[in-house]
Design a binder for this molecule. Structure first.
Ligand code: ADP
Length: 360
């Protein structure tokens, strides 16, 4: 605005009187006698021009200034608000949100900000829950261990194989929790090596299924089954990581299936091989399904605490499936059973897998 006004004034001041004088001369050439009043005319014109220019500058500058102020206020206001809210966020008030704004771009920014705020709030909530869960999970086995060890030390408890088994069970539970957490943090930090190579799934799947079937000794236990299509192509994967995913999924399926069957099924679809673990167990409610792969999430917290669940298993599975270049999905119906399936890339000519899991 300032540059515009200065240009207008400078050029107007220099050129207008010259033009005016030029036109007067033309009028004189046409026969009209303005020679006597010429100087006065030019001075009057100059005077009129200066007054006009002055008022133009005053009105133009104040209107433009007022408009600029109002518009920038409309833009700056939500930004200041955002700054205040981020400060409150940093101070731990994660429930703060930005109101909608009539400027589409600012509204979009507010929307993204709110989404980020909601995610952060969720993470923070889960972190708090994790700390309280971990404390609880560790306190129970530690109390039991301490009680038994003190009893054994002062002779009030007779050492027996049963006691040692109990002690060992509690230690295993703690070990699992610590291992799960370590594994997940390693994966999230990107430290987990993936040694992908072309593998034949049949021997791997049948050995895992056999191992689980051997542990199901009671009559009421669910049946372990393998449904394997004979023409299955080789896949590009790290067998140890595939086993890790499967052990997690089958352990879950067996934990939540009192009767019926747990089937491991492998089949091809386009350029992928899917490995599915299908159970006839408790199933998962539709509302809970989007959360099952989240860290530390469990359908029924009190029930799973006793069954030893940490809510980390499926988060590990998802990360592993992604590192292997695939995806993991779940379908489930409450009371009917669940199906967890993950995909692996089929071996193609000249396909290589880099250490970070991305196909090159
Ligand atoms: P956890 O160590 O608690 O099993 P996961 O991450 O493996 O943790 O599973 C998260 C939650 O998903 C479990 O606590 C359970 O409520 C639910 N879930 C997982 N697999 C199944 C299944 N096959 N059937 C029913 N619920 C399941």
């Amino acid at each position: 605005m300032v540059v515009g006004l200065l240009t207008l004034l400078t050029i107007g001041k220099i050129s207008s009187p010259r033009f005016f004088a030029f036109y007067l001369k033309q009028i004189e050439v046409g026969g009209l006698g303005v020679r006597q009043v010429r100087t006065q005319l030019i001075r009057s014109f100059d005077d009129a021009w200066s007054k006009g220019a002055f008022w133009s500058v005053v009105v133009g500058a104040s209107t433009a200034g007022a408009l600029s102020y109002l518009i920038s206020k409309r833009i700056v206001q939500p930004l200041i608000q955002m700054e205040e809210i981020t400060k409150k966020f940093a101070a731990g008030h994660l429930e703060e949100r930005l109101p909608p704004n009539e400027i589409p771009e600012v509204d979009q920014l507010a929307d993204s900000f709110n989404r980020m705020a909601a995610t952060l709030e969720g993470i923070e909530q889960r972190r708090r829950e994790l700390v309280s869960d971990l404390t609880h999970e560790l306190r129970t086995p530690l109390t039991v261990l301490k009680g038994y060890l003190e009893g054994l030390a002062d002779g009030t408890i007779e050492p027996s194989s049963d006691i040692y088994e109990r002690l060992s069970r509690e230690t295993t539970r703690m070990q699992r929790l610590v291992n799960d957490l370590q594994e997940l943090s390693k994966m999230e930090a990107g430290y987990l090596p993936i040694d992908a190579r072309p593998i034949d799934l049949h021997p791997l799947l049948s050995s895992i299924v056999r191992r689980f079937a051997d542990q199901l000794l009671t009559e009421n236990s669910p049946q372990m089954q393998l449904d394997f299509s004979p023409e299955l192509p080789r896949v590009m994967a790290d067998p140890e990581r595939v086993e890790q995913i499967l052990v997690n999924l089958i352990s879950n399926a067996l934990r939540y299936t009192a009767q019926g069957s747990v089937t491991v099924k492998a089949y091809t679809e386009a350029d992928k091989v899917w490995i599915a673990v299908i159970d006839t167990g408790t199933g998962i409610a539709e509302d809970d399904l989007p959360h099952v792969f989240e860290r530390f999430w469990r359908v029924d917290r009190s029930r799973d605490r006793h069954s030893g669940g940490t809510g980390i298993g499926l988060a590990i599975c998802r990360r592993l499936a992604e590192l292997l270049g695939g995806t993991i999905e779940v379908e489930s119906q409450l009371g009917q059973g669940s199906q967890f399936r993950f995909s692996l890339p089929v071996v193609r000519e000249k396909t290589t897998l880099r250490l970070d899991g991305k196909r090159g």
